[in-house]
Design a protein around this ligand. Structure first.
Ligand code: BTN
Length: 329
């Protein structure tokens, strides 16, 4: 597996940001982060590949021309305050899947609120064994480790909680109108802009750790042809670029907010808000794909656990705990 970002690269970004617009001698940067000059040269090159606009002035030094939109911890921590979620952020320039990293970290004892974030994923995973398209520095690819003292059967409500947090963060930062398709796909103009993959490490009666894997298409200019009919990005819908750093920060704050709400107010606090944020909670005509086939139904609410209550067209009532649904046209 690839390695997390060297913390000295993070320090380099921090120094460039602190001295933004002035020319900082390479030797000064090298001394401060305690690496040879040629390593600074190599790392600046690496940052440029991520779109960080650093000008090199021969014999003089480096100058950051505009604030970088990368998700390194040193740029996020100062604004996170006392947030438990994000108290430790592990950044990767590239990894296979942030969920894979998070699941192994749970086994190594990572604490509640640890967040893994990558600029690019080589094997991003979606629900139902799908892949998640993870173009470099265009999206947010993050996994949040939670350690709730809940029974494994409570996992669905954590999934809804995460969807609510993403919905709130995206609408606040972009002003776009978004819907949540049960259980937690964020939809804009009928196309998916964010997906969440919740995975769990559990014993028989106790959750050891939950991973909320969140992928948001932010500044993608287009989607690959096979996704174009069903997927979109915030940029494609809003017609402008958005700051990934601002959205990531807001997301961590909203996750903290709704997680506390769940712990303090119980499931109803989440299901009530979810039902207000989603057109899928009531009277939505949907098409459901299950192992036994595809059928049509109408939604009739959420039950306290977060299951979606539906009435099938043959009259049968059911509660969906998991599943793949789309709006019936
Ligand atoms: C879905 O199918 O809708 C869920 C997509 C989840 C994608 C995110 S990106 C960050 C995290 N790492 C992964 O490999 N998957 C999740």
């Amino acid at each position: 597996m690839t390695q997390p970002t060297d913390r000295r690269i993070d320090k380099l970004v921090q120094l460039l940001v602190k001295n933004a617009t002035v020319v900082v001698p390479g030797s000064k940067l090298a001394d401060e982060i305690k690496v040879p000059l040629h390593t600074v040269y190599y790392w600046v090159h690496k940052l440029r590949e991520l779109g960080v606009d650093v000008r090199g002035i021969r014999g003089n030094g480096y100058q950051l021309r505009k604030l970088p939109d990368i998700l390194v911890p040193s740029l996020i921590y100062p604004q996170l305050g006392a947030n438990q979620i994000g108290n430790k952020i592990i950044h990767y320039f590239r990894t296979d899947s942030t969920n894979n990293v998070a699941l192994s970290l749970i086994l190594e004892g990572a604490s509640h609120g640890t967040v893994i974030v990558a600029e690019e994923q080589m094997a991003g995973r979606g629900r139902f064994d799908r892949t998640w398209y993870s173009e470099q520095t265009s999206g947010i690819y993050t996994s949040v480790i939670l350690r709730p003292s809940l029974a494994p059967a409570s996992a669905p409500i954590l999934t809804l909680m995460a969807g609510l947090a993403v919905h709130h963060a995206v609408t606040e930062v972009t002003g776009l109108v978004a819907d949540i398709r049960w259980p937690n796909d964020l939809m804009i103009n009928g196309k998916k802009v964010c997906g969440i993959l919740t995975e769990m490490s559990a014993e028989a009666d106790r959750i050891r750790g939950v991973v909320l894997g969140i992928g948001i298409n932010v500044n993608h200019r287009q989607m690959p042809s096979e996704l174009a009919a069903i997927g979109t990005s915030l940029r494609m819908e809003g017609g402008r670029d958005y700051s990934r750093a601002q959205l990531f920060l807001t997301l961590l704050k909203k996750l903290e907010h709704y997680y506390r709400m769940l712990m303090d107010g119980g499931n109803a606090a989440i299901t009530e808000r979810w039902a207000m944020a989603s057109s899928y909670a009531q009277a939505k005509r949907i098409c459901i794909t299950t192992r036994s086939g595809v059928f049509l139904a109408t939604t009739v609410g959420l039950d306290p656990s977060g299951a979606l209550c539906i009435r099938r067209d043959d009259g049968q009532e059911e509660k969906l705990l998991a599943g793949d649904i789309v709006e019936a046209k």
